[in-house]
Ligand binder design. Structure first.
Ligand code: F6P
Length: 612
């Protein structure tokens, strides 16, 4: 039975709309806005998707005079980066009893690990003691598998910081929360503010301070915003630092793994490289040096996206695999491997994907990672991540319908790459390669790999890399952009995105719950209360909410939601059609492409209300 619903939630849209104007989605922080560039990304062919992603990424580096928001290349951002780099340098100079801690949730925590590992590795190479540590909400298990609920726990955030810095007299704490929203990080920042004699807090995120999340945190007297307000006061005396440029809305609304992740990597690498150069090569930390280094990352975008066609071909191959229920495997070597693991793990919360849809494998697996808690397989991780796991679990069943992507660089053992490529080629011709090299490098094994693959993207980087920036950082960012494009594009082609919203996101923490409720409002036009009701019915799989359910807290709701598939599409179909949960489920089974199911309901509902 169909019910009459209002449609004003689905507004006519102008692609020329400027996200910086005051009347553009005024109730949302920048990190949650929908990007005007990608409004029709769900209907675009692969080559246009790549172009849209390029334009969105380019927004990171836009410099506008008199702009409403601070940007990546703004004066204040460069100055704060300088100051934080100086603090890092002080710790390098006198590491005794000192520590730098990087922390975050989801992708932000994974990047904290990634950057910490790289920096410590470099220090050890120079026989310097490691000065950096990382924290990720949910512990090491969250490094390569989706663990969203620990993000809501400020106490565990504070305790983990206390534990890692036990006995230290000076701690530089860098909390990363792209949306200035994670209670886990708020708890850590608050802990720093309570112990100013030891801790100097730095916050990295991508909303202006007044857009920090202000929702009460259960059991706490602070909100993210109140913590930010205190930090702003302390920042005037350089006792705390805020690095929070706006990057423009994400290509897929709220998907902070994309620009948010890239900018986190850029900002922190700039800080650490500057401190490193100051300490080991006596290069002073200067405003111009910082800005120049930041700008050189802009060139990485240009070089990467200059291969639009190749990226689009990879996206199409991966999309075809997902469309027919098969998988995509990233096989990588060396430091690029970590990025492939990170990209694969993010698909679950973002697109409601199964861990088998996109999987990453890196050489020796955990042994190569040097994470704190050791072997992740022993900790109940969903699957193995070593090449041996690929050979054992995946290769025997591989077909032409699966896509395999080899990711390697000139500094890897290319003969090893060729060896694995031969084995994969025996099972599938759907194998592709992405290879980074510098001008003038020649490796014969590379030609063989080329011949085995149905497509190869060869990135050739100029030898004259700016001194302040390692080639490795360039290859990493380039690989991140490419993988984000492939996995996002493939899920778009599979129908997991509606307009530029992740329609099948998991509802496994408070931020995702509110995002889901907002999306339902926007797409159905129904009031908030009705949308939340529908969301709860979908989560608990009931047609009528009991007193018990209504009185449960958000933690229980998000915990229960972990076990249910397609929560948001289910709620939306119910809202638009008046179907029972069972009817909506069977409707979604008949139309497994979520975007098409949603569109059919929206069409039906428009026709119905039009005929009245
Ligand atoms: O909760 C899911 C998620 O959105 C992840 O996808 C993201 O990486 C993480 O939260 C952290 O978000 P933030 O950096 O804004 O705290």
């Amino acid at each position: 039975m169909a019910t009459v619903v209002k449609t004003e939630g689905i507004k006519a849209f102008s692609a020329t709309h400027d996200w910086e104007s005051a009347d553009y989605e005024p109730t949302l922080p920048v990190s949650e806005m929908s990007n005007p560039i990608t409004h029709n990304i769900d209907r675009a062919p692969a080559s246009s998707i790549v172009k849209m992603l390029q334009d969105c990424d380019a927004q990171m580096f836009q410099e506008k005079s008199g702009a409403a928001y601070e940007r990546l290349l703004s004066d204040q951002v460069a100055k704060s980066l300088m100051e934080v780099a100086k603090r890092v340098q002080l710790i390098l100079k006198d590491p005794q009893d000192s520590l730098i801690v990087l922390s975050g949730c989801g992708t932000s925590g994974r990047l904290a690990f990634f950057i910490t590992s790289g920096f410590n590795r470099e220090l050890r190479r120079l026989n310097h003691s490691a000065v950096c540590s990382y924290i990720i909400a949910g512990g090491d298990r969250a490094l390569f598998s989706s663990q969203e609920s620990p993000e809501d726990d400020p106490i565990s955030g504070a305790l983990s910081l206390k534990k890692v810095s036990e006995g230290k007299k000076r701690v530089l704490f860098i909390g990363i929360s792209c949306g200035l929203s994670a209670p886990f990080v708020a708890g850590q920042l608050d802990f720093c503010l309570q112990h100013p004699d030891i801790y100097t807090p730095v916050l990295v995120g991508f909303n202006p301070a007044h857009q920090a999340r202000n929702e009460p945190i259960p059991g706490c007297t602070f909100t993210f915003r109140s913590v930010v307000t205190k930090m702003r006061e302390l920042a005037k005396m350089q006792k705390a630092f805020l690095i929070n440029p706006a990057l423009g809305p994400e290509a897929i609304s709220g998907s902070s793994r994309m620009k948010g992740g890239s900018a986190t990597k850029i900002l922190l690498e700039v800080v650490f490289s500057a401190a490193h150069a100051a300490n080991f090569s006596r290069t002073p930390i200067t405003y111009n040096g910082i800005l120049q280094h930041m700008r050189s990352y802009g060139e990485v975008l240009d070089i990467t996206y200059s291969q639009t066609e190749g990226i689009a071909a990879l996206m199409e191959a991966a999309g075809r695999s997902l469309q027919c229920g098969r998988g995509v495997c990233y096989l990588s070597w060396g430091f690029l491997g970590l990025l492939s693991l990170i990209d694969a793990s993010e698909c679950k919360p973002t697109f409601g994907a199964d861990y088998k849809d996109i999987r990453g494998f890196v050489g020796g697996g955990c042994k190569e990672l040097c994470n704190k808690e050791g072997d992740l397989n022993l900790m109940g991780a969903e699957s193995g991540i070593a090449h041996s796991d690929f050979l054992h679990d995946v290769l025997p069943c591989l077909t032409d319908k699966d896509t395999v992507l080899l990711l390697y660089s000139h500094s890897d053992d290319v003969d090893e790459v060729a060896k694995l490529a031969r084995r994969v080629r025996e099972k599938t011709s759907n194998m592709h390669a992405v290879y980074h090299q510098t001008d003038g490098d020649t490796v014969s094994a590379h030609d063989e790999i080329n011949k085995l693959c149905s497509s190869t993207l060869n990135f050739i980087w100029p030898q004259s890399t700016p001194a302040s920036m390692g080639l490795q950082h360039m290859w990493e960012l380039s690989t991140k952009l490419l993988l984000n494009a492939v996995s996002t594009g493939a899920h778009i082609l599979k129908g997991k995105v509606y307009q530029n919203y992740m329609i099948d996101l998991q509802v496994t923490n408070s931020k995702l719950y509110h995002r889901a409720a907002r999306l339902l409002q926007r797409l159905s036009g129904h009031p908030k209360s009705l949308c939340e009701e529908a969301l709860l019915k979908a989560i608990y799989q009931v047609d009528k909410l009991t007193e018990d359910i209504v009185t449960c807290n958000l933690i229980k709701h998000t915990h229960t939601a972990r076990k249910v598939k397609k929560v948001v599409p289910l709620a939306l179909v119910c809202l638009l059609t008046g179907y029972s949960i069972k009817e909506a489920q069977s409707h979604l089974e008949q139309k497994p492409i979520v975007r098409e199911a949603v569109e059919a309901c929206l069409r039906e509902q428009t026709l119905f209300s039009g005929s009245l």
